[in-house]
Design a protein around this ligand. Sequence first.
Ligand code: SF4
Length: 378
Amino acid sequence: MRHLYVHIPFCLSRCGYCDFASEPLGPHLRAGRVARYMEALRAELETRGHLLASSLETVYLGGGTPTVVPPKLLLPWVSRLGRRLAPGGELTVEANPGTIDAGMLAGLAAAGVTRLSVGVQSFSARLRRNLGRRTTDEQIAGALAMVRQAGWTDWNVDLVFGIPGQEAEAARDVQRAVAAGPTHVSLYDLTYTEAYARWVKARLGEGARERAEAFAETAYSEAVARLEAAGYRRYEVSNFALPGHECRHNLAYWRGRDYVGLGASAVSTAGLERWRNPPSVCGYLGGDEPDREALTPQVRLFERAMLGLRTIEGVSEEDVGPVLDTALLDALVERGLVLRRCATLSLSSRGLDVSSAVLAAILSPPGSRAHPRGAFTP
Ligand code: SF4
């Protein structure tokens, strides 16, 4: 396997909407658990080493917030990964404002990091408060200026779309992301955990979530148009890149490649086997066994079709034929939502805007005896 994900499950504090495996750094640092965690990652890399090619095409350090880990613990580990990278390979590190400075950025570059992903989420302090996120305007401006000054040539800004109360400020968020000059922008729809949904209701009132979701549904295509007008090509439903700056690690997932994940909560997929590491730091350090799942060829094919159709390169119709509802597919091709070109299926821009509905319509989930037909009304 030539793709490696490493999970760093620590953050400065926990954001209200967070659905990732992440725990506040402070208590772990004081108890020496961060050092033990980095050591456990090294041990897991050795254990899983036989699954990985000697040189890796892509490595992705995500979280959590990798850059919250003190440099003396983080950088030796990143260097170790950098040495495993094939020439021209991609090594991404997620880096949140408030956790990077010029020294950290220089250290990451020296360790072989080729790409940064900066979690901005929104340029509006009010909207970040509505996400339960503590980053300040100064931290964001400082981080973006440092990344530019340090001369990074491959870097992403993460934004969230559909934050409660974003209606008047969504366009400004996209404009400010573009003005910052990244080579890649991810524009993710906000997803609600149960706890966050309760928090939004209590803090922002009845209907705030519903209004935000309705706004996101109708306004996302305007945000896409703004990004495209600025030269970013939409190469996946929520991802936009200047030509040649697509995230190769994510492309590997969407193309159905096998990968190894290290760390708490990380998932690995190898052929017809998938395993998930224990979700908590305690469970991971305590040696809890991963959850193992046997996949069927049908499941892998379904995932390949579902993820591949979210990209503009699409999928081979012949390859994913067994999981397609051909009658509905033909109808959606007819309506211009799905494109059929040179035996490849992909979604049109209109299709990408309603991708969940299109994919639910044309894909037959594994185990279903017949496709659950229903009205398709995007
Ligand atoms: S910074 Fe990201 S991973 Fe950390 S708590 Fe916030 S949303 Fe979760």
